[in-house]
Design a protein around this ligand. Structure first.
Ligand SMILES: Cc1cc2nc3c(=O)[nH]c(=O)nc-3n(C[C@H](O)[C@H](O)[C@H](O)COP(=O)(O)OP(=O)(O)OC[C@H]3O[C@@H](n4cnc5c(N)ncnc54)[C@H](O)[C@@H]3O)c2cc1C
Length: 453
């Protein structure tokens, strides 16, 4: 009987495992893929360093920094170029810088004069009744507080960039709980943000977020943890069944056609929702999980394109460009990788990552590679002045990319939390429950590891 078995060797499961190891506990981490880290995969090819999945880790909690240092890879961190504060959003087929100062907010061409006057009224708009909050969508919230132009040209492209999602389907309380907190705290987003900043300053907890990567790519993080875990990490091992036994759990997994069994006092489930639903759970857990709705998970295609630098007219002086759904373009956006981090492209070249698909473009789920490439080339020609074909192409398809925190998430989360209450040694974490970014999954792993001594 082990102290713990962790299901899933994505970043949440790996973090959990590493922290259990630090406590001297006896555990295993079981991962289906032959490599660790889920979508966190970096490849060097033809002089380009491509991120197939996530491109940056947003560090919003100082604990993540110390975690990375503990792992011995603090010296491999690279911060994004300071120019990355510039972000572009497309309006009338032109990439327009998102305002980052009060003066820019007044002069920007991203919003009409009428919309700008509308923003001034934000602090005076009322709060919704308690009853409506649970089901208020991101789109409804933003229109209520900031007006429809802010939805179309700020939040819609942002949500497409982060969730590859649709703000009309995402529920604010689940998808952006911080925005709700601000409204609660200050009665408005603006007053809430000011109050929160002041409080953090007084408590000395203010922290400046960092957007980071590593010299050799983001997968430095999962690869390092996996080396530390050694043979406690089972790769190419697919968990198929879970059965409660006296004082714990029996876990069955398949590796190279053979069945393995492990017994544990504590179970940590760090799997996507569809994998949780696909497991063979013993009754009555099976009934609960079967009844819970699965989370929608749209396909996203990550298309890394290398260009000769002089073939792109745009200065690429920023994080990237996002495309609102109102605009007549089909990409979700493009990241300026080689401007963000050094050594992502050979000299005199640049590397861009174009994202396609998402909830608002389901027709692209099965689109052939050539169609995806043509859409990207056409949009980059029009938006960034790409005057020649890319010299490097690397396409990664993510059929189930990012779970959408829609109304289904509310029911799903209730089921998961009820299971945890009824079975105190059954714990769930990762993006199926604790937030959709890498940083959230790392913090989720930390929280899971704190549930046992
Ligand atoms: C294209 C793309 C771009 C992204 N960009 C960013 C970004 O720039 N910044 C950011 O912060 N986040 C980004 N994300 C999100 C980020 O990658 C995830 O939030 C994070 O990696 C989730 O980690 P996790 O451990 O919670 O889940 P996962 O990484 O999904 O881990 C779950 C693991 O369980 C394994 N598994 C599944 N079923 C079984 C089974 N039956 N048995 C054993 N193992 C199983 C899977 O193989 C997987 O490794 C992006 C995601 C994608 C897809």
């Amino acid at each position: 009987m082990q102290d713990a078995i962790v299901l899933g060797g994505g970043i949440s499961g790996l973090t959990t495992g590493y922290l259990l190891q630090q406590k001297g506990l006896n555990f295993s981490v079981i991962e289906k893929n032959p490599f660790p880290g889920g979508p966190i995969q970096s490849v060097f090819k033809d002089g380009f360093l491509v991120e197939k999945g996530p491109n940056s880790l947003l560090v919003s909690d100082p604990w993540i920094e110390s975690f990375i240092s503990d792992l011995g890879i603090g010296n491999e961190i690279i911060d994004s170029n300071p120019a990355a504060v510039n972000r572009y959003v497309v309006r009338n087929s032109q990439p327009i810088p998102v305002p980052i100062s009060p003066l820019q907010a007044i002069t920007t061409r991203l919003f009409s004069l009428k919309a700008k006057f509308g923003f001034l009224g934000e602090p005076f708009r009322g709060r919704i009744t308690e009853l409506g909050e649970e089901s208020e969508s991101v789109a409804d919230f933003v229109v209520r507080r900031m007006g429809s132009e802010f939805l179309d040209y700020a939040i819609n492209p942002f949500v497409r960039g982060v969730y590859a999602g649709n703000p009309k389907q995402l529920i604010l309380n689940h998808a952006f709980p911080l925005m709700r907190e601000l409204e609660h705290e200050g009665g408005s987003l603006l007053r809430g943000a000011i109050k929160q900043k002041r409080r953090q300053k007084m408590r000395g907890t203010a922290y400046k977020n960092r957007s980071i990567n590593f010299i050799n790519g983001l997968d430095t993080l999962p690869k390092t943890i996996s080396r530390k875990l050694g043979n406690r990490l089972w790769l190419s091992s697919e968990v198929v069944a879970i059965n409660p036994v006296e004082n714990g759990w029996q876990v069955t997994w398949k590796k190279e056609g053979e069945n393995f069994e492990g017994f544990t006092r504590n179970l940590f489930v760090c799997l996507p929702s569809r994998s949780i639903k696909a497991l063979n759970w013993a009754s009555p857990i099976s009934d609960w999980i079967a009844e819970a709705p699965d989370l929608p998970c749209p396909a996203v295609h990550s298309l890394a394109l290398g260009y000769t630098r002089s073939d792109i007219a745009h200065p690429l002086n920023g994080f990237g460009v996002l495309v609102p759904s109102k605009e007549p373009h089909r990409i979700l956006g493009a990241l300026f990788n080689s401007e963000l981090y050094p050594n992502r492209a050979p000299e005199d070249h640049c590397l861009l990552t174009v994202m396609l698909g998402g909830s608002q473009n389901p027709e692209l789920r099965e689109a052939p590679d050539e169609e995806l490439l043509n859409i990207a080339k056409e949009d980059l020609a029009s938006l960034l002045g790409a005057s020649a074909d890319p010299v490097f192409v690397n396409l990664t398809r993510w059929p189930y990319a990012i779970p959408q925190y829609t109304s289904a998430f509310g029911t799903w989360k209730k089921t998961i939390r009820s299971l945890e209450e009824d079975f105190p040694n059954l714990n769930f974490g990762g993006h199926a429950i604790d937030g959709i970014a890498m940083g959230a999954s790392i913090m989720s792993g930390k929280a899971l590891s704190e549930r046992i001594d």
